[in-house]
Design a protein. Structure first.
Length: 407
């Protein structure tokens, strides 16, 4: 495959995540009202998807090490399209939650394989640069996802927004079926044997470089997820934005993320992995602290949240490619398993945060909403990101291959 095709495949696979979440976010308040469901159930359409997404990767990773990336991708994306159509035609909130969970399981195959493909083809430092290109593509997709979701929801209703997700999934499946070639150099016939599988997980869990980068990626995604899960309610129902205006707001945050991935590719050759992450950690802490202090001081408006979050997203564009590629870097023979465990940690953090937000934002439905759950949540993750960037990554941030296990 040409380098351009690899970046396109990575962009589509990684872009599944913002398509699955961002595109329906502008419709989330209308969806809740349409079913007459409580806030906690509306949040569950997102958190159930993400928990299923995280857990499923623990199975998809070893399966892809055993059978290859291509068959897992084709199977996963076929299920994704079917579940997306089911979501669009759900007759109850409970049914929608079930379909979204199935969608999350299928989504796990695509995103997990994207990270593993990078390790199949590239060494760690070059992998971070290629991953940043794929995540730039994700940013471009995310730029269009929320505005499109807001426009489609305004014109045709929330079901049409969910149906648009199925269309993107079908496009991705078509590209994979026609153009994607297997990247796994050698299948591991013993990857699913219990003894080998337990030994592989244990080896990954003992490696300090894995934890340094997995915690970095998890904390950075936790901050993003806090914004994704809470922002539609805060901006639309507390601050009074329209769904279309909210979609444009999401476009602007995705654009700042693209700038961050471009910055990542400029910083890595000049400063290396550890110093690049340390610089981004300072940006993150500045963003979270300024947002949190402004909200506590009573400055609760769109720009007081949005401007600091732009800075957060620039830093996120550094932390994610470095974190995701760094977590799998030491494991060329078990990239699928390492990718799966890293993805699982991110989604557990997202699920726990989503559950907390569901309770913290419950007052919005009664007209007593506040921006503080959103701003305090993002501030928490920013402190954790900076601490990880300045400690764990500095100590263990030079990826070294793990000792080869006897298979």
């Amino acid at each position: 495959m040409s380098p351009g095709l690899i970046v396109l495949v990575l962009s589509l696979l990684l872009g599944l995540q913002p398509i699955t979440t961002d595109l329906y976010l502008p419709a989330l308040p209308a969806l809740r009202e349409g079913f007459g469901a409580p806030m906690s159930q509306a949040q569950l359409t997102l958190t159930a998807l993400l928990l299923a997404f995280g857990v499923s990767q623990l199975a998809w990773g070893p399966l892809s090490d055993r059978f290859g990336r291509r068959p897992i991708l084709l199977m996963g994306m076929s299920a994704y399209v079917a579940a997306s159509v089911g979501s669009a035609f759900s007759s109850s909130m409970e049914q929608l939650i079930v379909w979204r969970a199935v969608q999350g399981v299928a989504l796990g195959a695509g995103v997990m394989c994207a990270r593993a493909i990078v390790r199949d083809l590239y060494a760690p430092l070059e992998g971070a640069r290629v991953m940043s290109k794929g995540l730039t593509g994700l940013g471009v997709i995310a730029c269009g996802a929320a505005p499109l979701g807001g426009l489609v929801s305004d014109l045709f209703g929330w079901r049409a927004a969910l149906l648009a997700v199925a269309i993107f999934g079908a496009l991705t499946l078509t590209v994979l079926a026609l153009r994607f070639q297997e990247t796994l150099p050698q299948r591991n016939p013993n990857a699913l044997r219990p003894g080998v599988l337990i030994g592989t997980w244990a080896q990954i869990a003992r490696h300090p470089t894995f934890w340094a980068f997995a915690v970095l990626a998890t904390a950075s995604y936790g901050g993003l997820f806090t914004f994704l899960a809470g922002s539609s309610f805060v901006f639309i129902q507390v601050l009074g934005l329209s769904k279309t205006a909210y979609g444009l707001l999401m476009f602007s945050t995705a654009f700042s993320y693209i700038l961050g991935t471009l910055l990542c590719r400029r910083l890595l050759p000049r400063f290396g992995i550890r110093r690049t992450v340390a610089i981004a950690g300072a940006l993150t802490l500045t963003a979270g602290t300024s947002m949190g202090l402004l909200a506590l001081a009573g400055v609760q408006n769109t720009w007081a949240i949005l401007v600091p979050f732009y800075l957060f997203m620039v830093a996120h564009g550094v932390h994610q490619p470095v974190g995701q590629s760094g977590a799998v870097g030491p494991f060329p023979l078990a990239a699928g398993a390492a990718s799966a465990l890293s993805g699982f940690l991110m989604m557990v953090a997202a699920f726990l945060m989503g559950a907390w937000l569901g309770r913290s934002l419950a007052g919005i439905a009664q007209g007593a909403g506040s921006v503080l759950p959103l701003t305090n949540g993002i501030w928490f993750w920013c402190v954790l990101i900076a601490a990880t960037a300045w400690t764990l990554v500095q100590r263990h941030g030079e990826p070294r291959p793990a000792p080869e296990r006897v298979k």
